[in-house]
Design a protein around this ligand. Structure first.
Ligand code: PLP
Length: 380
């Protein structure tokens, strides 16, 4: 079964000795736009490509406003700041995620609370969130929700759309509304993914994206915040540009700011990549379709997009029988020129977060032992 899988994956990416997990494709106007940015001398945080990129990402996702950032982690950090998350607050998130989600929570001095994921989406479970909130959280007279055990404010909830598969985000949004918890979607992996025809990242107060080199579209390093709230968008732009009071020549800053704005050089690359996003997503969905057919003949579960969702299939994933099989599969594929990777170690097991509060995490544990990502690049 392992050899057949390696042969099949190689057949999908012919003429390559080594098949990486996800490599970028620069097959559009990348060089033209980057050269144009260089010739303009506007290579840093001011320039037409940054403004164009923000307009385009807002239009593409259907959000009213977008703020370009240096990377997805900075976008997430900033989203939490403008949402009002403060030191000693708690932020509900999922244990199955890339470390950046919890790092951003930690930069604020807040602590994560882990709620389980769903088996179908691999993202935060609305059902488990409901159970957790009703058991452990109380809404007080000030209108905010507090953890019954620690009396800390639950300032935000950060679900993540794992590998591009949207979680049941509308139900999560309803719960956040009921408990007056700011919903910030970590949509780092899900540009081009929709839930009930609405783009991921646009269901809550704010959403954030990553355009790191391993993502569906990339500018090397980059990120974005989207929101429908004009005040939050303005504040995010202000804080990501060193909190400078606008003036033609004076340097006045009236708050601690951040140098989090995407440089124009990267934004030029981003504008070229955005022109290809629809094709890239279609291409990746075709690959997912081929994988699904193949793995059904092998009796291996291929992780399909959840119902009512359209996934970008950023990273295709399979679910193996158990941890032993997973490890054998990883060994064989990586020994034979096909890069595969297990899912991240659960956040609650990492030394920094082992004291963090959490609910029952059975699904996350099951997935951690069995999920493997397989090569998912756009095929040329
Ligand atoms: C779930 C998730 N959140 C946040 C990030 C952070 O993005 P970046 O690497 O652009 O900082 C990533 C990816 O890298 C991610 O996969």
């Amino acid at each position: 079964m392992y050899k057949q899988t390696v042969d099949f994956i190689k057949s999908q990416f012919p003429n390559q000795d080594f098949i990486p997990l996800h490599e970028p494709r620069f097959v559009g106007k990348e060089r033209q736009y980057v050269m144009d940015a260089i010739d303009s001398t506007f290579v840093s945080s001011v320039g037409k490509y940054v403004d164009d990129f923000e307009k385009q990402i807002a239009t593409y996702t259907g959000a009213k406003y977008a703020v370009a950032c240096v990377n997805g982690t900075a976008a997430l950090h900033m989203a939490m700041i403008v949402a009002g998350v403060k030191a000693k607050d708690m932020v509900i998130t999922q244990p199955l995620s890339f470390i950046a989600t919890c790092n951003a929570i930690s930069y604020i001095g807040a602590s994560p609370v882990f709620v389980d994921v769903d088996m179908d989406t691999m993202g935060l479970s609305a059902q488990k969130l409901k159970l957790y909130l009703h058991e452990f959280v109380v809404k007080k007279a000030d209108g905010f929700s507090y953890h019954k055990t620690t009396n800390q404010k639950i300032a935000a909830c950060v679900p993540m759309h794992t590998f591009g598969h949207p979680c049941h985000i509308d139900e999560i949004a309803e719960l956040c509304h009921e408990f007056n918890i700011a919903l910030i979607e970590d949509a780092a992996e899900s540009i081009g993914s929709y839930y009930k025809n609405k783009h991921t990242g646009t269901f809550g107060l704010l959403g954030t994206f990553s355009f790191n080199g391993n993502k569906t579209i990339t500018c090397g390093g980059g990120g974005a915040i989207v929101t429908n709230d004009e005040g939050l968008a303005k504040r995010a732009k202000y804080l990501t540009t060193q909190a400078k009071v606008p003036h033609r020549w004076e340097f006045v800053h009236d708050e601690i700011g951040y140098n989090y704005r995407m440089p124009n050089l990267n934004a030029a690359l981003m504008c070229a990549q955005l022109e290809q996003l629809t094709d890239f997503v279609e291409n990746k969905r075709n690959l997912a379709n081929s994988y699904q057919h193949f793995f059904s003949t092998m009796d291996i579960k291929f992780m399909l997009e959840p119902s009512e969702a359209k996934s970008n299939y950023w990273l295709c994933a399979i679910l193996l029988k158990d941890k032993t099989t997973r490890d054998e599969f990883l060994q064989f594929t990586n020994d034979h020129g096909v890069m595969t990777r297990p899912v991240w170690a659960l956040m609650n097991k990492l030394v920094m977060f082992k004291e963090a509060l959490h609910g029952n995490l059975d699904n996350a544990q099951y997935l951690e032992d069995r999920i493997v990502n397989i090569p998912s690049s756009v095929r040329v």
